[in-house]
Ligand binder design. Structure first.
Ligand code: ADP
Length: 450
């Protein structure tokens, strides 16, 4: 059996290696998940809820250990990893509670002496495919509602960060989730993907990752008509109006940008500043960047660093200027580290304004007309998150209606929580995660007349 290595991006050393699973191994896991489905879905919602709550408390009691695993395989600082464990775990508690509030419906009957009811049934075996940037939360926001609703799962975490996933699963099993109800596969992602896609037993795929892979999953899912929930990234505009509180704006943009070293699909990517306050905003941002204590981790790997350098060089060749670049902190030893950088003199046609930067680069663009900047903000295939900074709430709400994005932060760049609804317009995806809609995705409606 072949094996594959897991790297520590902080030290570029190998942590361990794992069995390289492929098509056949995945089919076995799918078959087991399919066999285990009936007994799991026949438990009372309260029984599944109790197991999920046990899982929540187990994770809580081992949060530091999980954060340490995540820090090692993903590179984010330990403190940030700890925040992610708590954030990820909140989905488990939320769905353990929310599943107790799933009701059916009585429809108007259409014949005398008959009744019509609609009931919710778990959709079946779910394939969950997750990325490396949030190795805990991306998993729990899929697995918790799936398990709560009565689905069984085949999880394929990213091959960059499978160790957090393995640990989470281990704790789920300790809490009482049957092993086969929560299957896990990793290794040859293409062959694993092929097995999931070809299987008639898999009724739904919940995926977070790139648009390219999302489109491939859609195309291949057509053969067995699987349901898809997709979160495919973003190119978040951040519009700063001249009446914005600039101290707050700088603080919030830095928080949004430094989450996971900029490797988040909701990171502010195109910072559009009203021309009249561009210098004031830029100077404040640079002052804060040079004075604040910033702890960010390295990028995930050499490819990510190469892509960052390529985007930056492309911008510079086309006239952009570096306005500020931090020095790497002395204790930072990773070859994949990329320092906080501010660039200006950009235009919308540059690659860095068109693609997800996925790095701590602050790209500053300017505007002088509100309608123009709304058009420019909307001029992207993406549609996940958008941010708006202004002191005029009425104006902010009216601009929010014009922005074609699934998530809008007004004077805020932190928008995701267990209770909030997350998902994108356009090519940023289909369906929603978080909140009640994130649970309802895992149900089929059954209509009964009698
Ligand atoms: P990223 O650029 O964030 O790594 P990807 O879309 O490449 O985004 O990967 C997200 C997840 O999708 C990862 O778990 C990866 O292994 C998986 N993946 C990539 N290609 C395929 C594929 N052809 N079939 C199934 N899963 C895939």
């Amino acid at each position: 059996m072949n094996r594959f290595p897991i790297y520590n991006p902080n030290t570029n050393s190998i942590i361990c290696d794992l069995e390289l699973m492929g098509f056949d191994e995945t089919i076995k896991v799918i078959n087991k998940a399919s066999l285990a489905l009936e007994s799991w879905k026949s438990l009372l919602p309260q029984e599944r809820s109790d197991i999920l709550l046990k899982w929540y408390y187990l994770i809580n009691s081992q949060r530091e250990e999980i954060a340490q695993i995540m820090h090692s395989e993903q590179g984010k600082p330990f403190k940030e990893a700890l925040v992610e464990v708590d954030y990820g775990n909140s989905f488990i508690k939320y769905y353990a509670e929310e599943v107790l509030r799933i009701y059916g419906e009585i429809s108007p009957h259409f014949r005398k002496n008959q009744y019509c009811i609609n009931i919710s049934e778990p959709i079946g075996v779910v394939g969950a495919i997750t990325p490396w940037n949030f190795p805990c939360a991306m998993i729990t926001k899929k697995i918790a509602p799936a398990l709560a609703s009565g689905c069984s799962i085949v999880l394929k975490p990213s091959e960059e960060t499978p160790l957090t996933a393995i640990k989470l699963r281990e704790l789920a099993i300790t809490a009482g989730v049957p092993e086969d109800v929560f299957g896990i596969v990793y290794g040859d992602y293409k062959e694993i993907g092929r097995a999931i896609l070809e299987s008639k037993q898999i009724k739904m795929i919940s995926f977070t990752g790139s648009i390219g892979v999302g489109k491939y999953l859609m195309q291949e899912s057509a053969k067995t008509v699987k349901k898809l929930v997709l979160e495919l990234g973003g190119n978040a505009p951040c519009i700063i109006l001249k009446d914005a509180d600039l101290d707050l704006t700088v603080k919030k943009i830095m928080l949004g940008k430094f989450r996971n070293s900029g490797q988040a699909c909701t990171a502010p990517n195109r910072i559009f500043v009203d021309k009249s306050i561009k210098d004031e905003f830029t100077n404040k941002l640079i002052k804060e960047l040079s004075e604040a204590e910033i702890e960010i981790g390295p990028l995930i790997n050499q490819n990510a660093k190469n892509k960052t350098i390529e985007l930056l060089e492309n911008a510079l060749q086309n006239g952009a200027k570096i306005l500020y670049q931090a020095l790497a902190p002395q204790q930072q030893k990773s070859a994949f580290y990329f320092p906080p950088t501010v660039i200006g003199n950009l235009n919308d046609e540059m690659k860095i304004a068109k693609e997800e930067a996925f790095s701590p680069i602050f790209s500053i663009l300017t505007f002088s007309d509100l309608e123009e900047v709304i058009d420019r903000a909307n001029n992207t295939n993406y549609g996940l998150a958008a941010y708006l900074f202004t002191s005029n709430l009425k104006k902010a709400l009216s601009i929010s209606q014009e922005l074609n994005f699934g998530v809008i932060g007004i004077n805020e760049t932190s928008t995701s929580a267990d209770k909030t609804i997350h998902g994108g317009f356009n090519e940023s995806g289909l369906g929603r995660e978080g909140g009640k809609p994130g649970l309802l995705e895992y149900y089929e409606n059954k209509f009964i007349v009698f």
